[in-house]
Structure formats: C-alpha cells, structure tokens
Write a protein that binds this ligand. Structure first.
Ligand code: PEP
Ligand code: MN
Length: 338
C-alpha cells in the first residue's frame, strides 16, 4: 500500500502514518521526495487492510493499494527517476554510461590492456569477473581475490570505477572491499540470501535479469535490495531464454520501456551475453540505445582469440572503438549522449 502525503505535510503527520503502520505489524519505507513524502506500507497481509485506516489520518493525500508484488521498485512509490552515482558518474541521467572490459579477469597484462583500450574509446566503468558462475565445474572459475586485486590496480591506474560479480553470500564483504559496483548475475537474480546480504551492504549494484524470469519477478528481486536500505540499484537486461537458438539468449528489447513505465530504477543492457557472437553485439547495443537504455555492459577483450571465457562474444578493441562512435548519433536522436 502506498500512502502519499499532502505537499507540506508535517513531520508529525508523517510519523503518525508510520506509527499506525507499525502498530499493525507492518514495515515502512519512506520516500522523501522534493515535493511530497510517500510512505510504502510493507507486509504480507496489506491486502486485508482497509485503505481508510491511513486515509483518515491528518496530512494524508491519497492511499493506493498496489496490486503488483513489488513495491519499492515501483513508480507508485517513487515517481521521479532514480539516479545511481558512482564516483561522480551518474547512471539514469542524460548520459548513457558504458561499462566494458573482459568477461573474466585473466592476468595483469590482459586486464590493464583491456582497461586502457576501453577507457580510450570512452567507456567510464571497467567490467571484469573475478568470481565466475560457470555452468560446468570444470570451466575456469576466475582468479578470485587475485582478480579483485588486479581490478583495484586497474581502477587506480586508469581512474575508472569497476564492476564485478559476487556469486556467494560469504564473499559480499570481500568483493565490496575492491569493487565500486557489485554485479548479481543472471543465475543469481533469485538468490534471496545473496540479495539480502547485498541490500545490507549498501553498495551500488547491477542486478541482472534472470534469463527465465519475468520483469515482475526481476523488480520483485530488486525490492530485496531496496528493502535492505540499498537504493543504489541498477537493473541490467541481458537476454532471456526462448525457443530461438540462433542467438545465445533473446534480447528482450521491450523490457527497457516496460521498466521505464513501471519502475524508477535505471536500466542498462548487456548485448554480449544475449548475442553470444561478436558480430551481433553492435546491432543489439544500438537497438538498446534507441529503446532508451541508461547504459551498456559490453565484453571487450584485447585478444578475443585467446580469451579464457566468452571470447566468441567479445569485441576487439577496434570493433569496440567503432561501436562507440556509431552509438553517438543514435544517442543524440533520442535526446541522450555517450
Ligand atoms: C557476466 O556478465 O559475466 C555474466 C556471467 O553474465 P550473466 O550473469 O548475464 O550470464
Ligand atoms: Mn561473459
């Protein structure tokens, strides 16, 4: 249930709504907007409460029952777009933020070279997996803490924030020590213990869409992060599993405007894991920009032929640099810039 306070409602009036909700055993979250305060009433049985319980309180403007399972990620709770700010880089504003780098951190030489080329082409965040969620236990699992140390070195040398995946609840503190943005992978979108731990950690987080999950399930997972008090949440569309097998996953381009309609959270797109092949990445990235993405997460490897993971879908430095140029007029045509 969403309680919208009147413009100019006093702190006491807001507090009486909060106290009433708490007396009924409900949780609350406040959105202190520039004009109005919105109080989200959270609990499994809000459906059984009458809206009048809150509507009669002084200072209350409207009370709306939200039928969707997600609340804090919804536009009803927060009408204005959320911005996530990382070292002065804003995600969700006019500028489209590009995060790029290798699938996995493989060596110091590979990572530094990747960081150098993506920065020179205009990327503002460096990606690289230190913990890799692999389908087979026999595949390369990542350099783990050594990989995190290399990311921290690249961040310092190139002045770029880094995004890296955390796959296990026990590693949240460790990865947070090194990373500017934590990534929750597609396979972990519904790992609720991991989401709860990251929610408490308050680190900016990229929440990838589970490849067999609906937008509603995705936003409900985002609520786990938001309910923990972490409002630095960036959604990432990376393709879903369909009957189509000519690409690795099917890029659901429509989820971008759908997210913009139903949520205030920024959304970025990973064309690499959807495409599964380097030749398809540029077209999908351009479509995402045209559809209103707030950013891109792209795999780039200094030498894809030698990549330990996902070389086939990684762009070469020259392909990436060309793509960055080609994206500029598309961004401009939709009132954005790169
Ligand atoms: C990744 O970005 O490194 C990754 C493993 O992607 P996803 O979780 O989308 O498969
Ligand atoms: Mn990958």
């Amino acid at each position: 249930m969403i309680v919208e306070m009147r413009t100019g409602a006093t702190p006491d009036e807001i507090d009486s709504v909060v106290q009433r909700a708490k007396s009924l055993g409900m949780g609350v979250q406040l959105n202190l907007g520039t004009d109005k305060t919105v109080v989200a009433i959270l609990g499994s049985n809000t459906g059984q409460l009458s809206t009048d319980i809150f509507a009669v309180l002084p200072g209350v403007d409207t009370v709306t029952r939200i039928m969707k399972p997600y609340k804090l990620a919804s536009r009803e709770f927060k009408t204005e777009d959320s911005l996530v700010s990382i070292n002065g880089i804003e995600i969700g504003g006019k500028r489209i933020i590009v995060m790029a780098g290798p699938c996995a951190v493989e060596s110091e030489k590979q990572l530094m070279e990747a960081a150098r080329v993506v920065k020179n082409s205009g990327a503002s965040v460096l990606r690289g997996g230190a913990f890799k969620p692999r389908t087979s236990p026999f595949s390369f699992q990542g350099l783990e803490e050594v990989g995190l140390e290399l990311l921290a070195r690249a961040r310092k040398q190139f002045g770029m924030p880094v995004v890296t995946e955390v796959v296990d609840t026990h590693d949240v503190n460790l990865v947070s020590k090194y990373a500017d943005i934590l990534q929750v992978g597609s396979r972990n979108m519904q790992n609720f213990a991991l989401l709860t731990a990251i929610g408490k950690s308050k680190n900016p987080v990229v929440l990838k869409r589970g490849f067999s999950c609906t937008v509603t399930e995705w936003l409900t997972s985002a609520d786990y992060l938001l309910a923990g008090g972490n409002n630095q949440v960036i959604l990432c569309e990376r393709g879903i599993r369909t009957f189509e097998d000519s690409t690795r996953f099917s890029m659901d381009i429509s989820s971008i405007p759908v997210i913009k309609r139903f949520s205030h959270l920024p959304v970025i797109v990973d064309p690499s894991h959807a495409a599964g092949h380097y030749s398809l990445v540029p077209a999908i990235a351009k479509a995402a920009v045209a559809a209103g993405t707030d950013g891109l997460l792209i795999e780039v490897h200094p030498n894809p032929k030698e990549a330990l993971v996902d070389g086939i879908q990684s762009l070469t430095p020259s392909d990436f640099s060309r793509l960055m140029e080609e994206l500029k007029p598309i961004a401009k045509s939709v009132g954005r810039y790169i």
